[in-house]
Ligand binder design. Sequence first.
Ligand code: MG
Ligand code: MG
Length: 616
Amino acid sequence: MLRKSIATVALSGTLADKLEAAARVGFDGVEVMEADLLAFDGSPAEVRSIADDLGLAIEVYQPFRDFEAMPEPQRARNLDRAERKFDIMQALGTDLLLVCSNTQAAAIDDDARAAADLHNMAEAAASRGLRIGFEALSWGRHIRRWRHAWRILQKAAHPALGLIVDSFHTLALKDDPAGLAEVPGDRIFLVQLADAPRRDMDVLSWSRHFRNFPGQGDLPVTEFVQAVLASGYAGPLSLEVFNDHFRASPSRRIARDGLRSLILAEAQARGPEALPAIAETDGIEFLEFAVDAEAGAALASMLERLGFHLAGRHRSKDVTLYRQGRLKLVLNAEPDSAAAEHFQLHGPAVCAMALRVDDPGRAVARARALLIPDWREPAGEGEREIPAVRGPDGELIYLVERGEGELDFWQDDFHLLPTGANDGALIGVDHLAIALAPGQMDSFLLFWRSLFGLQPQPVMDVPDPYGLIQSRAMANASGALRLTFNESEAKETTTSRFLSTFAGAGVQHIALATDDIAGFVRRAESAGERLLSIPPNYYEDVQARLDLDDAATAELARLGLLYDRDASGEFHHTYTAAFQDRFFFEIVQRRGYAGFGAANAPVRMAAQARARQARV
Ligand code: MG
Ligand code: MG
């Protein structure tokens, strides 16, 4: 495994905070950015001693700009400027200076001159035992690609002068990294990694604001790392990420995400043996709600209206099991439990989910390798200990072995009640929609991608009556596990209201699958559940838009259903009222359809806003 490093610019706080965060999560080194050093109230030697105490190497000092191929008198002045940086580097205790390609209009388009200048700089550095790394900036004046920088370095031919490559600069220009495999590994002095979401914008602004960690964006960073490894490179992999959200987020969380992304990026480049394989999951075995006695009773009666029945009571804890066919929901009111802690913090809410996986032990091993904490709830005598991991916001994800005897699993811990005929229409969890605070999307995406292999779909903008919501779905290959993540900068959107009521990220809606949605609606309404009411205009629009006949449209309107269609199938769905103004259930019938009914989200959110106002 290569050493792991992060540029101080990626993290929030003072330089001392940044170093502390990087060291605590387990980085081996950092890139000290000049701007962070300038803002630091202390000498470079003090920075060195903080880093030494933390056991952190300073891999590089950066950046040194606009050096090569300048006309006189700047050319001579640049060498003086370099000498002053060398002084700082020696006080910092780092031997490598990052020089990025010149962006000045005055720079001369002359490779021989650039090579001569870099040679002179390397000579001056070498006399102090220092090294120069040269990086092609994707918006450099004349030198934008690593291959061009490498040609110049071959001309300059100085042992203290090597190449610095950066996945963003290479991949943003759609440059091919494969040729890096041919560069002698010891001529590459530093490898910087960053990913980014695809954006159609100028590369400088894209780089300064939207870079993110490998695995969080859309660039082929794995191929880049494969080429670097093939060169024989043995230096650090270093994250150089400029991101507005990261700089405003807690530095430990961002640092941990960063190290996780590097572990994943290197492992993916090295091949399948590098980490315990991703657990295969065929879906959600149960969801657990944190409640107290009062909320528990209210939720239980809502669940009964939706066709659930009480199926068991925990042998030693204040925990009940509600079932409908294979679908299981657990209501946890046990004091001194993780659920009780969750309830104190968030009120009634989903506090845990259980995934059915092929091998819980392997899933936990993979989680540990990715710095994801695991967790075990204290169990009573003879009770089952279910392995669990902590999600990105502290929520519990239980790992239940797939194919374990349906009843055995529950019998150990629960007094099961005799089940009557199942007259409910719900058969499983279709997806969960999770509300996130602005800036959390990248953390969640990396978590679900790295541990369970979920693939993200493109970001969608969904208009709420009170602002825009960004929504992104993730699913595994089989579609058995589907999650959607929503975040919104606007204060009054349904996503933001949920976050403030709930005090944090969490499951905002639970989509339950049925293969008889008409039967579900009939049963729920006769049990007294009031489903979300959809305005008549919707049906006129959907009929015209999706070319439905009159009878089908009338049936949708009669049942109050929303409808969507894609190339592969059809989708019918409806919504319950929100439970205590918090989470709600969506009931979906999916026939081959791959989406989430996003086209209907504006109508749904407007109807929910009306329902909320009617209650107030
Ligand atoms: Mg760079
Ligand atoms: Mg949904």
